[in-house]
Design a protein around this ligand. Structure first.
Ligand SMILES: [Fe+2]
Length: 218
């Protein structure tokens, strides 16, 4: 914040009156849930939702689904780190390693398991995108990739070289799978760079994406 924010705008999404009302209601719910407790996270969530909407317009994805996935993606981030771990254990989220080792990855999965009951009108594709926004996957849908990337590049994120590179790829309208790859491997590089625990499943996804990319470029 403060520095020049990334400005990238494709156009205005056209929504039905019902979709407009749903977006308004979800934003009001997010405000009540997060604005006081985690103001920066709240601003980030709204920023991700707008960036995801714009990416959806650019890449032919449903902008409504991208917008609502963005609004809700960090819902469980109002919990403390310890609470996120406890919540995941409670929901029997099992990534094959102790939950506290993968604490930063858990909030997407837990939200995707609990929010469908709260918002039954939203389709499974939204919950899948939210579930995958922290870890990624090899077989990402376009909506999954839009949310994953939007989370990393939204304008409130600092203008560091890795993020700038992904933003430039979006502006140049490079294929969504390549933009996702860029965003994904920079995330892996960051974990290694900062000498943090690397979730073994991430390595499998990394290798799977390397091979899928090689096959595409053959
Ligand atoms: Fe996020």
């Amino acid at each position: 914040m403060g520095e020049t924010a990334w400005k990238w705008h494709v156009g205005k999404a056209s929504y039905t009156p019902d979709q407009k009302a749903q977006i308004k209601a979800l934003e009001a719910d997010l405000e009540a849930h997060m604005a006081q407790a985690k103001p920066r996270r709240y601003a980030h969530s709204l920023s991700v939702s707008r960036t995801a909407e714009q990416m959806a317009l650019a890449y032919g994805v449903d902008p409504f689904l991208a917008r609502v996935a963005g609004i809700l993606h960090d819902w469980d981030k109002v919990l403390s780190n310890d609470q996120q771990v406890a919540h995941a254990v409670e929901l029997r989220v099992d990534l094959g390693v102790p939950a506290q080792l993968v604490q930063p990855l858990l909030h997407g999965i837990t939200a995707a398991r609990t929010l469908p009951e709260v918002y039954p009108s939203l389709p499974p594709s939204v919950w899948q995108a939210i579930e995958r926004h922290t870890i990624g996957a090899i077989d990402m849908s376009d909506l999954d990739m839009v949310l994953f990337v939007a989370d990393g590049v939204e304008p409130l994120r600092r203008d560091v070289p890795a993020i700038r590179r992904t933003r430039e790829m979006i502006e140049a309208h490079e294929p969504l799978s390549e933009v996702y790859w860029s965003s994904f491997f920079q995330g892996v590089a960051y974990v290694i760079d900062t000498e943090r625990y690397l979730y073994p499943g991430t390595l499998d996804i990394y290798n799977g994406l390397v091979l899928a990319r090689a096959a595409r470029n053959e």
